[in-house]
Ligand binder design. Sequence first.
Ligand SMILES: [Zn+2]
Length: 804
Amino acid sequence: MFSVRGAHTRLHPTALVRGFSSKMLADPSQKYRPYKPIQLADRQWPSRVTRSAPHWLATDLRDGNQSLANPMTIPQKTQIFELSLQCGFKEIEVAYPAASDTDFAFVRGLIEKKMVPDDVWLQVLTAAREDLIRRTVDSVAGSKLAVIHMYNATAPTFRDVVFRNTMEETIALAVKQTELVRKLTDECSAKTGTHFRYEYSPECFTQTEPEFAVEVCEAVKKAWGKAGSDYENKIIFNLPATVEVAPPNHYADQVEYFCRNISEREKITISLHPHNDRGAGVAAAELGLLAGGDRVEGCLFGNGERTGNVDLVTLALNLYTQGVAPNLDFSDMQHCIDVVTQCNDLPVHPRHPYAGELVFTAFSGSHQDAIKKGFESQTKRHAAAAAEGKPQYWDMPYLPIDPADIGCNYEAVIRVNSQSGKGGIAYIVKQHMQLDMPRRMQIAFYQVIQDIADREAREMSIEDITTAFRKTYHLGSQHEGRLALRSFKVSTVEGSSADDADAPRRFDGTVTVDGVPRVIRGDGNGPLSALLDALRENLDVDLHIREYTEHSIGQGTSVKAASFVELTDPKADPRDKSKAWWGVGIDSDIAGSGLHAVISAVNASLGDRALPELKLNVGYSTRSGPADVASKVLNGLQLEIPRRMQAAFFEVVQRAARETNNEISADKLVELFRRTYFRAAQKVQLGGFKAEQTSADGRRRLEVELAVEGASKQVVGEGNGPLSALLAGLQSQVDGNIVLREFSEHSIGEGADVQAASYIELQFTSNDGAKRSAWGVAVDEDITASGLKAILSAFNGLDVPLKN
Ligand SMILES: [Zn+2]
């Protein structure tokens, strides 16, 4: 199929697509002959099932090695040998020792350095020629277990064309050289104690007439003369598909035919040796096992001449995923890949079964969705099965094997590009952030990732996705949005019972608005609606909650709450997706996580929209309480008035409001506060002061310069600190008694601009017993000065005459 747009049209704007100038024949039957089916009407293999693993022969060091452009060095061969042992191979074809001195030396090295475990067979290959056989037997002398593998050509092409042998001559050669192997191995056993088995290959079995293959093997068996019925004494007949030229069912027929016609089947190990020219090597081996094969010869990842030998990794794991122990261990697949690719200098294809880097990966959205759901339902199913003591079966869409079983993690399972869907992205967020997004939020966040993936035209890494998530939902201090929740308190509204779950809630909190702190308050049915009310009242942000969910993260004392909220604009069409915003909040406290989620969603809704300045016109009304009034002072002056002072100022405000129809604007309120406590034209003001530590018990002496209605007056007092010293000094100037009832202070601003705010309440008792009290407030860069000024502010409020 060709695209009518894109690259093709740019290259050939008007040309018709004609295809290649074909060398392929219109009628290939004039060049290629089909295979000849075997007449095996009652074939048994199609209805058999493989329920146990075959014996394995690893031939990476022989068949695999001889196919390499650069054959392996001895250190590389040693690495492959060790890997074969690690994987659990008990039979390893290590060389064609008569073919090269390197091969011979390698085999001798394994034996002399005692690198071969006692239960591992070293197999060596030889052609049916006397000198080669002698050297081959010599190569394994002294090993504990050895297999001599001899082949001769039995297929008609070789008989007729290459060797010009008749059938009789072919049999005679196989018999003669088998007898030689028997004689030499008997001698060697007597000398060195090596236990030998014999493997014979009619070469190439699949292209040899089936009845002739049986005839040759019968003769070889007779010549060997000592096949026994236990595994270590059986004769091995290898049935190689040296070149794969027919479909796998035909190979199975050939194997079944051989097994049914050879005599003394119980004394024979049938070995299968498929190659992969038609891409069906694995299938041929599997069907061949059903047809009677006992043993499979192959290479890791299917190395071998041309298209390779059958891949033993795939075969073993195919069995494993059928619940059959393969007796091979690929639990560190990456190590196997590393060793083999390094030694063979060949890559493993990214889509190679079980081993390729992409084989557990789903890019497609619908697959990712299914896998995510599959994991979720499997977790539940496994928990239920575990509770009942039943097996926890693996049953996962698109994943025939648990990647963990072969040493992979689940990171590769879902990868995200522009083809991916919400499920995969949600899966990654869940895996890496422990956040389980509600379904509709998955769609919204998917759009965010799609836009990035489209824009950047590349695969999204896990980090790309988690970073995008944090940025989008303003998680973490470096991703703070225009609004941020600094502190909050949720309480029941005054007048309702705290025990009543349905009682209206009040939100009091400080949020930063574009970096500037602001106090907001709102009421609602619950904390979230109270916050939304506060945002509506203070910031003209009018949003409603459409969806809210929460779940816990972690366990025990470190458990946290995650909340997800979707807000909508009540004035917009509910179907308008651009008027709905998701937010996420995480907090150790569940109410906190919900409030953070609302702020997160509000941030998404704000964009660059200008937010209203403080609503100074709404100050005091008959609805207001002391805390409302205090919040205006905080917003206007950044002063956090102590609770009892709030009540005092509230009375001041109420008195003032009587003259203004019970309403005072916020800026008027702030002005009233200044007038009441800062008292620009105060009677008594601080001129200067000097504090000294005077006594061993730390008491201070304070000298204060006061300006009393323009005139300077010196006051001296002693106390535990400067404030009590000033109080003592003032006390000496009045008739009556002054006590400090309350004192608090806090800082305003940060860094070099920090200031201290002090709040003081003084009570005066006159000599006739009358009491009155007053609050004072002061702000100064110097904390002592701010305290002293606050005392004088309160003292002025008491309005007590000074003695002359
Ligand atoms: Zn081969």
